[in-house]
Ligand binder design. Sequence first.
Ligand SMILES: Cc1ncc(COP(=O)(O)O)c(C=O)c1O
Length: 470
Amino acid sequence: MAETWVNSARGIGADLHVELDGPGGRRAALIRALRDAVRSGRLVPGTRLPPYRSLAADLGVARNTVADAYAELVAEGWLTARQGSGTRVAERAEPLKGGTRVARKAPTRAGGPRHDLRQGTPDASAFPRAAWLASYRRALQQAPNEVFGPGDPAGRVELREALTEYLARARGVRTAPGRIVICSGFAHALRLLFGGGVLRGPLAIEAYGLAFHRELLTSTGVRTVPLPLDEDGARVDLLARERGVLLTPAHQFPTGGPLHATRRAAVVDWARARGTVVLEDDYDGEFRYDRRPVGAVQGLDPERVILVGSVSKSLSPALRLGWMVLPQRYVDGVLAAKGEREAWASVLDQLGLADFITTGSYDRHVRRMRQRYRARRDRLVAALAEHAPHIEVTGVAAGLHAVLRLPPGTERSTVKAAAWQGVALDGLDAFRHPRTATSAGDGLVVGYATPSEHAYGAALDALCGLLPPP
Ligand SMILES: Cc1ncc(COP(=O)(O)O)c(C=O)c1O
C-alpha cells in the first residue's frame, strides 16, 4: 500500500493523507482517494495539487499514473487544470454536507456532471491547437498595420473571400464576398437581423428548437409561430402570413431529420410568392455521415434565403465567429445594425480563420472530426442495440447529437434519473415551443460529441444504465 501527504498551497490543515489501496490498480485507487478527499472536504476548492512528478515520486507510482488520474478528475469536474496555475480542486466542487459518507447524488452536486451528454458542444479536447496556432501566427505576421485599427463591420475581406469559396464547395452556397457579413455566431445574427430592424415578425419557427433562440427573438419583440414537424421535417405547407421562416434544413434541431427535397423547394416558392425570406440555420451542415452533406437551401435562391453559419460546432463555440450570407437587399441594413466599426468578432481571429480555411486546415479538421463523431455515433447505436434494444435511436445520419425515443410517459423520470446519476442531458420537451399543439413524443437528446474521447465509453455505460425497461 503506497501512501503520502499532499501538501496544500491553500490554508492550514488541508494536508492530505492519500492511501492507494482497493481494487482496480493504482490509477483507479488514486482517483478514488482524491475524489473522496474532495467530497469529504479534506481538499477544499482552490487547493493546488502537487505536480505529477512529485506526487508520483512520493507515492512510488509512474508519472503517467498521476497524470491520468488528474485528467480523469478534470474531465469529471472535480479538478481544474490551467496553464501556469497547475491542477486545483474545482471551485464548484463543494464538499458533501454531513461528513464523509458518500451519497448517491454527490457527483452531480459537486464539480458538474460526471458524464456530459448535453447537445450543443463539439469535443473540446479535439480543438486543433497546433494548426490554429500556425494559422494565427501566419495571419499575425502577414497582417498589414491597418489590421490593428478599427475593423470593417462587414468583416475582413480575406475571410469573406475564403468563406465564399469554402461555402460554395462544401455547402453549395452561391454568394460573393460583398454579400457576406461576419458576425459572432447565430445568436448574434438573430440580434442583428431582428434587433437591428432588418427583419420583422411574425416569424415561423420549427415547433422544436433552442429555447435560447426563441427567447432571444421574443426579447427583440418578435412573435414566433410554431411550425409542426413530421418525418419530412417542418410542415412548410402550413406557412401562411408570417413575414419569414427560420429553419434548420440540413438537420432539424433537435429531432434530427433533413428537410425533404420537395419542402426545400416549397419553402423557397412560398418566400418568393409572399416576398418574404427563409432564414437558414446551417449549424452543423458539415457533419453528415452516411452520404454527402445535404446542400444549403440558400443555393436554390440566394435572393430569398439568408444562410447563417458559425464555427461553434466545427471548431469551438468559444471563438464566437460566424457568417451571414445575405440577399443583396439586406446587406446595407445589416451593416447599419453592426455600426461603424466591428464591435464583436475579433479581426485577428477573423484573419486566423481565413488562413485556417485557405490552407486546408479547416477541411482537414472537419474530416477528422467527422470520422471521430461517426465512430461515436456507431458506438452509441451499438451500445443501445446491445443493452437497450427496445429504445429506438433517430436523427443519427448527421450532426453531433441523436434522439433516443422513450416509451410514452417516461421522459421526465428518465431525465431526473440521469441527473441523479450524474449524467447531464436533456429531454425532448426542453426544446418544445410553448405554444405548439404537436408533440414529438418522449425522448432524450444525446450530445455524443461532448465528452472527451477517453470519457465517452463510461458516459455510454451510464446512459444505457438509466434507460427505462421495455
Ligand atoms: C440549433 C443551433 N443553431 C445554431 C447554433 C450555433 O450558435 P452560435 O453560432 O450562436 O454559437 C447552435 C449551437 O451550436 C445550435 O444548436
